[in-house]
Design a protein. Sequence first.
Length: 220
Amino acid sequence: MSADSDQDHDAATPRRGRPRALTPDERRDLILDALQAVFDRSGMAGTTMSAVATEAGMSKRTLYAVFDDRAALLEAFTERHMSRAVHRLDPEEQALPLASRLRLLMAPSEATRALNLPFAILRTIIAEASERPDMARRIFARGMPALRAAVAVELDRANARGEARIEDTEAAAALLADMARPSPLDRLVDPAKPMDFEAIEARFDFGLRVFLRGIGAAED
């Protein structure tokens, strides 16, 4: 058994004998968790592929077998963060009124409180955009569009049920996302500025109410 295999396993439940091999998804999550841990300790400047590999308990060769480069690693983290920030509705929740569905889908969650690394990634994208436009395009394609697409699905459902009449649900979804979520500009300009979660929640409530009134839908 290779040294990589010895190190590259789930250490949460140690046991005798051959360690259980990680699935691709488990290995990917292990690496992304390691990225967060390295960033929390060393900031973006210290978040290197070597440091992430060490934190994850694997060799750089194993890390590069999963992610081609640092840009791919940041892209994957952004995608995972956004997927966790969007609540996927189950069939029972899909039967709720539109306002309730949108609240479940978009309301600020625990993921909203863990934004230091996502904002650092955004600053990196902006700083390197001229040299690595491919990285910027890929990360943005996996980020905000996921939320907008999920909102558009519910707006299409609202049209079908007669809850609202929206001519362009994709444009409406983008508008709602911009209204209900705070602009990242303040945090980009002043990374040390503390986040006011009460203000974030109040903006979401206000933005959603304004949007629902604008499309003639019930507010709850």
